[in-house]
Design a binder for this molecule. Structure first.
Ligand SMILES: [Zn+2]
Length: 425
C-alpha cells in the first residue's frame, strides 16, 4: 500500500492563530478560554486515494504523518426497508462494524476504529508512549490498531468498560491495560490517564481535542458523501462526548468548501440515553454550560442507561468549536432516548436491515424514530443515520475471541500521583 503524508496546518477556532509545525499540539497557546484547534488541509477538494490502506483513502483530509496498517472503512448505502417503515424516502445509513455482505470489515465492531489509525499516524512518537482513556470502545479500537502495528500504548479503562477489551487476534505486548474500579466511571479513567500522561516518556492522546480523532470520525460522513454524491440534509448519531457530532459538522464544512457535494447545511440530530442526558438537558435549557448536577445524582443516572459507552460527564459541549457551537450553527436538535425505545429500535433495525446493533447505535435509531414519529423531517430530504457500531453478535459467532487482561487494577482512591509515579516511573 502506498503512503503519502498529508499537508496541513492547525488553526485555533477562537483566535485564528496558525501552527504550521504539528508537534502533537492539542490546544492554542494564547491566553483565552478553551477552544479547539482545527486541521486545515492543503487539498480544498478531496481526491480519494484509491491505493491507500483502509480509511486512509480519505487521507487528503486526515492529519497523516506515518503509515499505519488499518483496514476499516465505513460503508454507506441507501436504506430501503427502515426508511419505508419510518416514512422517510431518502434515508441513508453509514455503518461501521462487521457486516461482510455490505463490505464492512471492522472487526472491532465500532466506529472508534476510525479514530485510532489517524491518531497513531499523526503521533510521531519520539519514543513516547501514547496514553488513552476510554469507556471501552475507543480502548478496543486503539488496542487493536496499536497491537497490529506494535505501537506502545497505555489504556486506562473503568471497570464497566473492561469487558469491551477483546479482539479476533491475540494482543501484542505493546499494549498495557490499566483498570480503575471501585465505582469509577469514564471521568475517573480520564483523570488517571492524565496523571500517567504527565510522567516523562508518556503523552496524552487528547480525546476530542485531538484533530486526528475528530477527522477520523468525520470519514463516516465522507464515505456517505462519496457514495451519495452530496451532503445530507440531516445527520443522526448517538453521542457520549459529542466528538462524533462535532466531527461530522467539521467534515460537512469541508465538503461544502469543496464545492462538488451540494450546498446542504447539514442539521445535526444528536441523541443521548435517558436518564443520562447532560448535553440534551443543557441544550433544552439554551445553556452553553452543562447544568449543575451533583456527582452522586449523575452516577445514579448512569447506572440506569443501557448504552454505558455514552457516559461522559464532562463532554466538550461548551468549548469553542464544540457541541453547543455545532448545534447552534446547524440549527440542530438533541434527543433523549429511553432504554426501551433503544431496544425496540435495535430490534426493528435488525429485522429490517439484517444486522445487530451495539447499544449506542440503538440510541441513534431510537432518535431517528422519534423524529419520524414527530414529523420533524421532510420525508423527501436526505437523512444520514450514523450506525456507529454493530455486528458483534455475528462476529462472535464466526471468530475465536481473545481478551486483553489488565496489567494493573487501581482502586479509585488509590490512584494518586505517588502510585502513578511508582508504576509509571
Ligand atoms: Zn487561540
Amino acid at each position: 500500500m502506498e503512503f503519502h503524508p498529508t499537508s496541513y496546518t492547525l488553526g485555533c477556532v477562537e483566535c485564528g492563530k496558525t501552527f504550521s509545525e504539528d508537534d502533537q499540539r492539542l490546544a492554542c497557546d494564547e491566553l483565552h478560554g478553551p477552544a479547539f484547534l482545527r486541521a486545515h488541509y492543503a487539498a480544498r477538494q478531496i481526491a480519494v486515494r484509491g491505493g491507500a490502506a483502509g480509511m486512509f483513502r480519505f487521507g487528503d483530509w486526515l492529519p497523516l504523518r506515518r503509515p499505519v496498517t488499518n483496514s476499516g472503512v465505513p460503508v454507506a448505502f441507501p436504506s430501503e426497508k427502515l426508511g419505508r417503515a419510518l416514512g422517510l424516502e431518502n434515508l441513508w445509513i453509514v455503518f461501521s462494524g462487521y457486516w461482510p455482505e455490505r463490505g464492512a470489515e471492522m472487526k472491532t465492531c465500532t466506529f472508534k476504529e476510525l479514530e485510532a489509525p489517524p491518531v497513531c499516524s499523526r503521533f510521531a512518537g519520539g519514543g513516547r508512549t501514547l496514553v488513552v482513556a476510554s469507556a471501552g470502545n475507543t480502548a478496543r479500537a486503539f488496542a487493536e490498531i496499536c497491537s497490529r502495528n506494535d505501537i506502545p500504548l497505555v489504556l486506562v479503562v473503568h471497570e464497566a468498560g473492561l469487558d469491551n477489551l477483546w479482539s479476533t487476534h491475540p494482543f501484542s505486548d505493546a499494549v498495557t491495560l490499566v483498570g480503575v474500579d471501585d465505582g469509577a466511571d469514564y471521568f475517573d479513567a480520564i483523570q488517571v490517564a492524565d496523571m500517567i500522561a504527565r510522567r516523562p516518556g508518556y503523552a496524552a492522546e487528547g480525546g476530542a481535542k485531538n484533530v486526528a480523532r475528530r477527522d477520523g470520525m468525520g470519514t463516516a460522513l465522507l464515505a456517505a458523501a462519496e457514495r451519495a454524491g452530496r451532503i445530507p440534509d440531516h445527520y443522526f448519531q448517538a453521542v457520549g462526548s459529542g466528538t462524533g457530532g462535532i466531527a461530522a459538522w467539521e467534515a460537512a464544512g469541508r465538503l461544502l468548501a469543496d464545492g462538488r457535494f451540494g450546498a446542504a447545511k447539514m442539521k445535526l440530530h444528536l441523541a443521548q440515553n435517558h436518564p443520562f442526558t447532560p448535553m440534551t438537558d443543557a441544550w433544552a435549557a439554551g445553556s452553553r454550560a452543562l447544568l449543575d448536577v451533583a456527582e452522586d445524582e449523575l452516577k445514579a443516572r448512569l447506572a440506569r442507561v443501557s448504552a454505558v459507552v455514552l457516559s461522559n460527564r464532562k463532554p466538550p459541549y461548551g468549548i469553542k468549536g464544540g457541541v453547543f457551537d455545532a448545534l447552534t450553527e446547524t440549527g440542530g436538535r438533541m434527543y433523549a432516548v429511553t432504554n426501551e425505545e433503544a431496544s425496540t429500535a435495535a430490534a426493528l433495525f435488525e429485522r429490517l436491515e439484517g444486522i445487530d446493533l451495539d447499544p449506542a447505535a440503538a440510541v441513534a435509531v431510537g432518535a431517528l424514530k422519534q423524529a419520524a414519529d414527530r414529523k420533524l423531517i421532510d420525508p423527501q430530504e436526505m437523512v444520514l443515520l450514523n450506525v456507529t457500531g454493530g455486528g458483534k453478535k455475528r462476529l462472535f459467532g464466526e471468530f475465536p475471541i481473545h481478551r486483553l487482561a489488565p496489567r494493573v487494577v487501581l482502586k479509585r482512591h488509590e490512584a494518586t500521583e505517588e502510585t502513578i509515579a511508582r508504576l509509571f516511573g
